[in-house]
Design a protein around this ligand. Structure first.
Ligand code: 5AD
Ligand code: SF4
Length: 447
């Protein structure tokens, strides 16, 4: 590759989960620190980072087609961008990307992106650079201070996964479970709150596996961290995602009854309602043990919104086993869910299992599942009508004077009135749609 002038502008395109969004923000901060500016809306950037997701579907192919599009756009405008591939596809397929896509200058894994500046120096000399090492904690220590302003901020507290569900690439792309130190997290939240954050979403692939030592040197889990963070003045709301049933400690359940700032929302994936499928998935819990956990949460916080993830068409899944999934959905009455067709991931045990399910069977099951999930989401929204709650305003609506934000149960709520982004506005939920609600300020609603 030819040496090139150092980039002046960048664009980060993040795909997939919230942790990728967080990583994308941190890469942006790292570049800004170096004096590289975000490209203006509609303008070509000198450096494009594709922050990829490998969890499902044709992830690699998507990278190649995105790279192809960037190359073509560069030819048309005469401004060839420096292309970096980051995220989980970079981690899993780094070498292959370097071979197949000569236009890519940098491949950087999710645990190595703090070293982007050195990689940019190499690229400026015309050399290509790959870094897919996994020094997880080193990354956090090497990153610049958070700059993020805005009412709601993500914060990675735990990363990686040791569970090895047989369908999942995460243990291979994000590495082993690590927890960031307590004191670093408290300091980072303090800074985010000073910069205007009202709500913090604690992130981890298994966030409830977070373990650390508190300021007095006592071993503590996520509940201890939440209790400590809740003491920070100016912080109004705490959330966490995603949890695993086997890491659930009673103290975290109890925290939902003790910490006002902890929002009544739990994302706890079950994936399937069939014990045979759960075993084949290596989930290490049963449908029943999962339901018992939900029951405990509801005992301390009856209004809690339960969310989850589902996979349909796991190898060998029979119609009767799929119906067990529909049954657990009816039992839990989820407020919101993500549901997916099983996607074989290269290198995972399930990809070579017997009994791969035909795409049309998967499509039909997914449709039936999503109908059930939509029914329960709508029912949950309808049952909230008449409730008065605070909405954290995060966006303006379509018309002047319209605002959008989130209820404590993470529902999207819109209302009209005096407000600003970042305000916590008390509204009465007046009408429910399938995926959002209308709120009224300063009025009661009879139901
Ligand atoms: N196929 C389909 N869905 C998957 N998920 C993870 N791996 C796969 C796969 N191979 C889903 C799970 C998980 C969510 C993040 O993505 O439901 O909870
Ligand atoms: Fe993947 Fe299972 Fe780990 Fe979740 S718990 S990240 S689904 S291996």
């Amino acid at each position: 590759m030819k040496p090139s002038a150092p980039p002046q502008t960048y664009r980060v395109k993040s795909f997939g989960c919230q942790m990728n969004v967080y990583d994308g923000e941190r890469m942006a901060e790292l570049l800004s620190e170096r004096g590289i500016q975000p490209a203006a809306e509609g303008e070509d950037a000198d450096l494009v980072i594709l922050n990829t997701c490998h969890i499902r579907e044709k992830a690699q192919e998507k990278v190649y087609s995105d790279v192809g599009r960037l190359v073509l756009a560069g030819k048309q405008s005469g401004k060839k961008p420096l292309i970096a591939v980051a995220g989980c596809v970079a981690q899993a397929e780094g070498e292959e990307i370097m071979k197949r896509a000569p236009a890519v200058s940098i491949v950087v894994g999710p645990q190595a992106y703090h070293r982007l500046p050195e990689m940019l120096d190499k690229a400026a000399k015309g050399e290509r650079a790959t870094d897919t090492d996994m020094p997880a904690i080193a990354k956090f220590d090497a990153l610049p201070r958070r700059r993020k302003r805005g009412p709601s901020a993500f914060l990675t507290v735990q990363e990686g996964c040791d569970k090895f569900c047989t369908y999942c690439v995460v243990p291979y792309t994000r590495g082993a479970e690590i927890s960031r130190p307590f004191k670093d997290l408290i300091a980072e939240v303090q800074r985010l709150v000073e910069a205007g954050a009202k709500e913090i979403m604690l992130l981890g692939q298994n966030v409830n596996a977070w373990r650390g030592e508190d300021d007095r040197g006592r071993r503590t889990g996520l509940a201890g961290l939440i209790h400590a963070l809740a003491k920070i003045d100016g912080l109004e709301r705490l959330r966490y995602t995603t949890s695993h049933p086997n890491d659930m400690e009673d103290a975290l359940i109890a925290a939902h009854g003790e910490v006002d700032k902890l929002m009544p929302y739990l994302h706890l994936p079950v994936q399937s309602g069939s014990d045979r499928v759960l075993k084949a998935m290596n989930r290490q819990h049963s449908a029943d043990s999962y339901l018992k956990i939900i029951e405990k949460f509801r005992a301390v916080r009856p209004d809690i919104a339960i969310a989850g993830d589902f996979i349909v068409g796991f190898p060998g899944e029979t119609e009767a086993e799929f119906e067990e999934t529909l049954r657990i959905v009816d039992e839990v009455r989820y407020a919101a869910c993500f549901s997916f067709k099983y996607s074989p991931r290269p290198g995972t045990p399930a990809a070579t299992m017997d009994g791969q399910i035909a795409p049309e069977v998967m499509a039909e099951r997914l449709q039936r599942l999503q109908e059930r999930l939509a029914h329960h989401q709508y029912a949950f929204n309808q049952a909230s009508v008449g409730t008065t709650c605070k909405v954290l305003v995060d966006r303006t609506g379509r018309d002047p004077g319209q605002w959008l934000g989130k209820s404590p149960w993470l529902q999207s709520v819109w209302f009209e009135g005096e407000a600003a982004i970042g305000d916590l506005v008390e509204v009465t939920l007046a009408a429910a749609g399938p995926v959002s609600l209308k709120g009224l300020v300063g009025q009661t609603v009879s139901v």
